[in-house]
Write a protein that binds this ligand. Structure first.
Ligand code: AMP
Ligand code: ZN
Length: 439
């Protein structure tokens, strides 16, 4: 296994060593937090004495925090260092409302770059690679986060940013890009652009690997991308409140994402009762940053649903793995009394031959009844084919969706490329119905 580890000392810690290091780091974080007025008050209200923490479980005496806690008011109140020590600010992408702000010291940026380098190296990125970062630069963390990680490895970085599809493809060809970082829904859309340009990514590029993340996506979508681009696609999970990318990442075995537990303390809780759930069971991910200097967060609720894989990984890393994110607790919507996640719809659609590269769920109220309409782009060749074929496809989609979500949706087939394709995170659900969100 020599040479496969960026940071063997951290990556090869045993479970016991991870636990010890976490407790040590947790104590240090609490010690730093004690100095800030915000945390002092937070601890006091909870009747929590940070000096008495002697096990990781003791942290459970603290209340959870989430986006609501961070929103409103001066975001600098979460700093535990002087503002002069801050060198960078980032913010969440704000897909679920007002964005939240996170501050970093120089050391935080360093730690973050190391973590991302660790992720990329784990999957096989090396100095000789050409890495095209197709994520939005700026406040969004997917741009600079990966940029620094890749430079640390010594790969050549193309800071392409998001959008401008034809130019992206041109860059890939001009610089012989081998690795990309891309939003999965955009990667799917980009296939249409390749097709329009008369190009085949398998034949006409040197791509061998992609990092896909920033939004929920299914295994079927990953496999579709791997197949169409002729690459390996690795799932990358992170959130700006925990730096951004580099929180959890797939290893070459592609069976769940290793959470870097030397940096993040993971809890999985039942989103209703907030009680811990056993390994293997689905729950909401909650993180405590163990190695952040400027703005540590304790017991931060992500609203992301996943589960811990109980078995150790074949790659030899004891850092626990989490399953692909099923969705956010606030992604769920209810139609005719049934709880539905957009990813259930995606799983069905992408398993059907003839389905193109984009879809959208529209929720409406028709004559005071909930209706769910699914607009599905059809694959290019089929769209120009026979009407009978299209009708057969439509019926099949209705039937397979009904089996998955237990209600009968309206399915509308649309022309390839006709649905709005964003450059950022896909917005899968729209419509005129009010109060569509569950939770
Ligand atoms: P942001 O803070 O704007 O970067 O958004 C972070 C959120 O994006 C997470 O809390 C997740 O909901 C979502 N996200 C990021 N990476 C993934 C991933 N690999 N799979 C599913 N959702 C993801
Ligand atoms: Zn592994």
């Amino acid at each position: 296994m020599e040479g496969e580890f960026w940071n063997p000392e951290m990556e090869l810690l045993s479970r016991e060593e991870i636990g010890d290091l976490q407790l040590k780091r947790l104590r240090e974080v609490l010690e730093r937090c004690r100095r800030s007025p915000f945390w002092k008050e937070w601890f006091r209200e909870a009747g929590f004495d940070p000096e008495k923490v002697s096990s990781l479980a003791d942290l459970r005496a603290l209340p959870f925090m989430d986006k609501e806690t961070l929103r409103g008011g001066d975001p600098r109140r979460f700093l535990v260092v002087d503002q002069e020590d801050i060198v960078r600010v980032h913010a969440s992408s704000g897909t679920t409302g007002q964005s939240t702000v996170v501050f970093h010291t120089a050391r935080d940026i360093e730690t973050w770059a190391e973590l991302v380098a660790r992720c990329m190296y784990m999957t096989g990125v090396r100095r000789y690679d050409v890495f095209q970062n197709m994520m939005g630069y700026g406040l969004f963390t997917g741009g600079l986060g990966f940029h620094y990680g890749a430079e640390r490895i010594g790969a050549m970085v193309i800071p392409a940013g998001s959008g401008n599809s034809k130019r992206q493809i041109q860059l890939m060809r001009d610089f012989r890009t081998t690795v990309v970082h891309i939003i999965p829904s955009y990667a799917l859309y980009l296939l249409e652009v390749f097709r329009e340009m008369g190009l085949d990514p398998r034949r006409d590029t040197d791509l061998r690997m992609a990092f896909i993340g920033a939004e929920p996506h299914t295994e079927s979508l990953r496999r579709r991308l791997e197949e169409a681009y002729g690459i390996k696609a690795y799932n990358s999970y992170g959130l700006s409140e925990m730096n951004g990318p580099g929180v959890a990442f797939e290893c070459p075995f592609q069976e769940g994402m290793h959470v870097w537990e030397d940096n993040f303390l993971l809890e999985v809780v039942d989103p209703r009762t907030l009680e811990p759930v056993p390994d293997g069971e689905e729950g909401e991910l909650v993180f405590t940053s163990l190695n952040r200097e400027g703005m540590p967060l304790l017991r931060y609720r992500t609203h992301d649903l996943s589960a811990v894989y109980p078995e150790p990984c074949r790659c030899g890393r004891a850092h626990r793995r989490i399953a692909r994110i099923k969705g956010r607790t606030d992604d769920m919507f209810i139609v005719k009394g049934v709880n539905i996640f957009p990813m259930q719809v995606e799983r069905v659609l992408l398993g059907i031959l003839g389905v193109g590269s984009n879809y959208r769920i529209v929720l409406e109220t028709v004559e005071s009844r909930d209706e769910m309409r699914v607009q599905v782009e059809v694959a290019g060749d089929l769209w120009h084919g026979e009407v009978r074929e299209l009708e057969r496809l439509r019926r099949r989609i209705v039937e397979e969706l009904r089996q998955e979500i237990l209600i009968t949706p309206l399915v509308e087939l649309v022309e390839p490329g006709s649905l709005p394709a964003g450059e950022g995170k896909a917005v899968r659900v729209g419509g005129t119905r009010e109060h569509v969100r569950g939770d």
